[in-house]
Design a binder for this molecule. Structure first.
Ligand code: NAD
Length: 281
């Protein structure tokens, strides 16, 4: 299939059982494909049912990938996604708490007009959803004394002014949650790490860049056009910001494979920047 083309079949994650939230699109989808390519079995957890089922189908069907509707703001649905992985495959090795929303508008609004309902919604998905994911992954992993939890933060969590307020603070808090859980779980064999991407060519990334540049939004299904817009935007406008490349969801996926692999067995409580140097510029 298209998602699996270029398969190397290295088996670095052979037999690992993985739940990925937000896996119907973008970084989560690319990571699901990269994990399967490396031998893992994945549960695609998302709220976009049609896209999620299609991704699971493209990744090889029920033995390799299945879809679970999972709104991360509903703890019971997070618990159910974990339970589905355990019921199907006997255990959970990797939990990737990746679902996220930007809320607000990337172009920014004055803090005097901060929308508190939007603030709560962003925190419910980006922070509370991650906390629930860590909680239920730990429930499945601690009794076995092993496991790996990954959580998507952002360069917007490391640098003020890089995103809407609620988004930025939710992503900072994800790193705090990761550190807190990592300390507790280290002695129990479970590693917890964050990954912080800079702007990535996904639905979210494209929408954010459009907002920043004041471009009109485009409808769903215009992926190729969005790729084109991102290339132009990054090449012409964002290069000066230290990146110099257009980051792809696959770049984040490969970092996730590393952190989930035994090569990273002593890495925990870390926040891995996947940002082409943006955050140190
Ligand atoms: P995306 O919009 O392509 O994918 C996000 C996925 O999360 C979607 O499939 C969406 O349906 C799902 N989702 C949203 N709310 C959900 C909920 N309540 N429960 C379950 N699933 C939900 O965006 P992406 O760029 O792939 O984003 C993935 C993660 O990466 C997010 O946490 C985002 O904040 C982070 N991130 C993205 C960028 C970027 O530029 N794209 C940069 C840094 C960090």
């Amino acid at each position: 299939s298209r998602l699996l083309s270029g398969s190397s079949g290295s088996g670095r994650l052979a037999g690992k059982v993985v739940v990925i939230t937000g896996a119907a699109s973008g970084i989560g989808k690319a990571t699901a494909a990269e994990f399967v390519r490396n031998g893992a079995k994945v549960v695609i957890a998302d709220v976009q049912d049609d896209l999620g089922r299609a991704v699971a189908g493209e990744l090889g069907g029920p033995d390799t990938a299945c879809y679970a509707r999972c709104d991360v703001t509903d703890e019971a649905q997070v618990a159910a996604a974990v339970d589905l992985a355990v019921a199907r495959h006997g255990r959970l090795d990797v939990m990737f708490n990746n679902a996220g929303i930007t809320g607000g508008n990337y172009a920014g609004a004055p803090i005097e007009s901060l929308d508190m309902a939007d603030f709560d919604r962003v925190m419910a998905v980006n922070l509370r959803g991650v906390a629930a994911g860590i909680k239920h992954a730990a429930r499945a992993m601690v009794p076995r004394g092993e496991g790996c939890i990954l959580c998507t933060s952002s360069t917007a969590g490391a640098l003020g002014g890089s995103g809407p307020h609620a988004y930025s603070v939710s992503k900072t808090a994800v790193v705090g949650m990761v550190r807190s859980a990592a300390v507790e779980l280290a002695a129990r064999g479970v590693r917890v790490n964050a990954i912080s991407p800079y702007a990535i060519a996904t639905a979210m990334g494209t929408r954010s860049v459009r907002e920043i540049l004041g471009l009109p939004s485009v409808g769903a299904g215009a992926e190729e056009e969005e790729e084109e817009v991102l290339r132009r935007v990054f090449d012409e406008d964002f290069n000066e910001m230290g990146c110099g490349v257009v980051l792809r969801a696959e770049d984040v996926a490969r970092a996730a494979v590393f952190l989930a692999s035994d090569d990273a067995r002593y890495i925990t409580g870390h926040n891995l920047m996947v940002d082409g140097g943006f955050s140190v510029g």
